[in-house]
Design a protein around this ligand. Structure first.
Ligand SMILES: O=C(O)c1cc(=O)[nH]c(=O)n1[C@@H]1O[C@H](COP(=O)(O)O)[C@@H](O)[C@H]1O
Length: 207
């Protein structure tokens, strides 16, 4: 299995990391944006990310997997097949005809559902999925994610009974990329400052 350091470099070289003044979700700005959707075009990277997430998942009691739509759906699917763990899919909107479902797949009340996500910033997207799953009487206590941007999402999730297990944090990922000369010291500093001033769930944040 590739190391996390190898994986970070492969993600960067595949174009998953964008630097600059970038508009992220909900009109917020960031000096670095991670687009992990590109891994659908790189099966070997997809497999490596899924296997690393599976390893995190072995320490968490779960019966079923659910990826946050859409970026984490293929990741959850690969994990499901690799580990023979059933998966369900949360729709973005309730289907308007026939089954009228919000969740696709088979599940039963009180099953432990492990949520899979690509990026956590404020924790909002993940929480939305958790709340739908809980509404369907599934138990959710943990989420595995590729990247925790360390901008308050983990605390928000913890306050809502969800423990986050990330493969990377924004600081350790930027440090890895600095160590292999993919990014400059200046970029590391800009990102560190962004993490400091843009904290969700806090009063004085500048996001
Ligand atoms: O908008 C973001 O904050 C974001 C930053 C980033 O580097 N990569 C990224 O994919 N995102 C998007 O932001 C979502 C997570 O943001 P939160 O809902 O604030 O946790 C992800 O599911 C992505 O849609």
């Amino acid at each position: 299995m590739s190391t996390l350091k190898d994986l970070a470099v492969r993600l960067f070289d595949a174009g998953a990391v964008q630097l600059g003044d970038i508009e992220a979700m909900d009109g917020r700005w960031t000096p670095v944006y991670f687009d992990f959707r590109i891994i659908v075009s790189h099966p070997e990277i997809m497999m490596a990310v899924a296997v690393h997430l599976q390893n995190l998942a072995t320490e968490i009691n779960h019966d079923i997997l659910c990826g946050v739509p859409y970026a984490a759906l293929p990741l959850a699917a690969v994990m499901s097949v690799n580990t023979s763990t059933p998966m369900i899919m949360k729709r973005k909107e309730t289907k308007q005809y026939a089954t009228k479902k919000i969740i696709e797949g088979v599940y039963t009340k009180n099953q432990n559902c492990l949520v899979v996500e690509d990026v956590v910033t404020s924790g909002g997207s993940l929480l939305e999925t958790v709340s739908t799953l809980r509404h369907e009487s599934l138990t959710v206590t943990h989420a595995v994610v590729v990247l925790d941007r360390e901008q308050g999402g983990a605390s928000v999730l913890k306050a809502n009974g969800v423990e986050l297990r990330p493969l990377f944090t924004l600081r350790n990922l930027t440090q890895i990329l600095r160590d292999v000369d993919r990014i400059s010291d200046e970029t590391v500093d800009v990102i560190a400052e962004h993490i400091k001033v843009c904290q969700f769930g806090k009063k004085d944040n500048f996001c």
